[in-house]
Design a protein. Structure first.
Ligand SMILES: Cc1ncc(COP(=O)(O)O)c(C=O)c1O
Length: 355
C-alpha cells in the first residue's frame, strides 16, 4: 500500500545510530533519568526550552508527546472557563476526537489559502465568549497552509480584545523547505494568552514522545499537576536523549538532513500532481511540513475505497471537519512514501479519477 495517509516521517529520517548513542550518553551522564522525577520534564531540557522561548523553565512543561499535552490543556481550560472551543476547519482530527470525548461544543472557523480567516474568528467571538481557540498556524495539519503575518497580528489583537486564551500548536514550523518563518502568535502576543506547543516528533523522532508547552505560569503548574496525576513522570530517558542531541550540537545537522529528505518528497508530490492532475484537481503548495490539501472535484470517500483496492491510501477531508464538510477534499501526506512511490500513487489516483 502506498500511504499518503500516514502523518509520519519516512523511515530514513530516523537516525537510529545517532539516537542510540545519545541515549547511552544520557544514561551514563545522569543515571537519575532512569528514576521517577518532576512531572514537568527533564530539568536540563526544560531550561534549554525556557531560554529558547525567553521564559522561566517553570513555564515549560515537557509532555509525553504534544497530543497528551493538548488533552491536559483542553481539560484545564474547559474546567476553568467552560464554553465553546474554536477550531480551524479543517483541523487535526485527533484533537477533534478528544474534544468530542470531553463533551466540548466545537465551533469550526473558516480558512482560506492564507490560513484561519480572522473575520470568522471575530464573528464567532461576537456571538459570545469562548473557552479557547485551537490553531495550527504553520504548515497546518491537514491543509499545509500557513497563516500570514498580517493575519497573525489580527488574531493576537482579537485575542487581546476578548481575553481569549489561544493554543498555538506548532510541531511543523522548523520543518521548513523554503521561505522565511513568520513570527509565532506566542512571540507577537507575549505569552499571556497564547500557550505555545510543539514537539520533537517531526524534528527528531515521533517514538521519542517528547512534546512541550510554554504556558502562563499558573497554567503551566496546573498542566504539570495533571501530568503527575496521569503518568507520574514523563519519559526522562527520551527527554534526556533529545537534550544530549541538542547539547552535542547534532540537532540542527540532523534537522537539516530530515528537511532534505522531506523536501524531495514534497517536490515529488507537487511534480506528480502537476503532471497527472493539472486541470482536474487543485492543491495547496506548502513551504514545509508533511501535508498538502487537495480538492479532487469528486467524492473523496468514494475515491478512497477504490484507491485502497488499487494500493493507495489517503485521509478524506471530511475526517478533519467538526461538521463533516470537505467531501471533495483529501489530505495527502508526502512525508512517508518514497519519491518514486509518490509518483506512482498520484498516477494511480489520476487513473481512478478519470474512470
Ligand atoms: C498539529 C499536530 N499537533 C500535534 C501532533 C502530535 O504530536 P506528538 O507526536 O508530539 O504527540 C501532531 C501529530 O501529527 C500534529 O500534526
Amino acid at each position: 500500500m502506498i500511504s499518503f495517509a500516514r502523518g509520519a516521517p519516512a523511515p530514513e529520517c530516523l537516525d537510529a545510530e545517532l539516537l542510540a548513542d545519545c541515549a547511552r550518553v544520557a544514561i551514563e551522564r545522569d543515571p537519575a533519568v532512569l528514576a521517577y522525577g518532576p512531572g514537568g520534564g527533564y530539568a536540563p531540557l526544560r531550561e534549554w526550552l525556557g531560554s529558547s522561548h525567553g521564559v522561566e523553565p517553570a513555564r515549560v512543561v515537557a509532555t509525553n508527546g504534544g497530543l497528551q499535552g493538548f488533552l491536559f490543556y483542553a481539560e484545564e481550560l474547559l474546567a476553568e472557563r467552560p464554553g465553546r472551543v474554536l477550531v480551524e476547519a479543517p483541523t487535526y482530527d485527533r484533537p477533534l476526537k478528544l474534544l468530542a470525548r470531553l463533551g466540548a461544543d466545537v465551533v469550526p472557523l473558516a480558512m482560506d489559502g492564507e490560513g484561519l480567516d480572522p473575520d470568522a474568528l471575530e464573528r464567532a467571538l461576537g456571538e459570545g465568549p469562548a473557552s479557547f481557540l485551537y490553531t495550527i498556524p504553520t504548515f497546518q495539519n491537514p491543509s499545509g497552509r500557513t497563516l500570514s503575518t498580517e493575519r497573525r497580528r489580527r488574531v493576537v489583537e482579537l485575542a487581546r480584545a476578548h481575553g481569549l486564551p489561544v493554543l498555538e500548536d506548532d510541531p511543523y514550523g522548523l520543518v521548513r523547505y523554503k521561505g522565511e518563518p513568520p513570527p509565532s502568535l506566542h512571540e507577537l502576543e507575549g505569552g499571556e494568552l497564547v500557550t505555545y506547543a510543539s514537539s520533537f516528533s517531526k524534528t527528531v523522532a515521533p517514538g521519542m514522545r517528547v512534546g512541550w508547552f510554554v504556558a502562563p505560569a499558573g497554567l503551566a503548574a496546573r498542566i504539570e499537576a495533571r501530568a503527575v496525576s496521569t503518568y507520574i513522570s514523563p519519559p526522562f530517558l527520551t527527554q534526556a536523549t533529545v537534550f544530549e542531541l541538542i547539547d552535542r550540537g547534532a540537532f540542527e545537522p540532523n534537522l537539516e538532513r530530515i528537511r532534505g529528505l522531506l523536501k524531495l518528497r514534497r517536490d515529488a508530490m507537487l511534480a506528480a500532481l502537476e503532471r497527472y492532475l493539472a486541470g482536474k484537481a487543485t492543491w495547496s503548495e506548502p513551504e514545509g511540513g508533511y501535508f498538502l490539501w487537495a480538492d479532487l472535484g469528486a467524492d473523496a470517500g468514494e475515491l478512497l475505497g477504490r484507491a485502497e483496492a488499487a494500493g493507495v491510501t489517503f485521509v478524506k477531508g471530511a475526517d478533519f471537519s467538526p461538521d463533516g464538510s470537505g467531501a471533495s477534499s483529501a489530505r495527502l501526506a508526502f512525508s512517508y512514501a518514497s519519491p518514486s512511490e509518490i509518483e506512482e500513487g498520484v498516477s494511480i489516483l489520476s487513473t481512478l479519477l478519470r474512470a
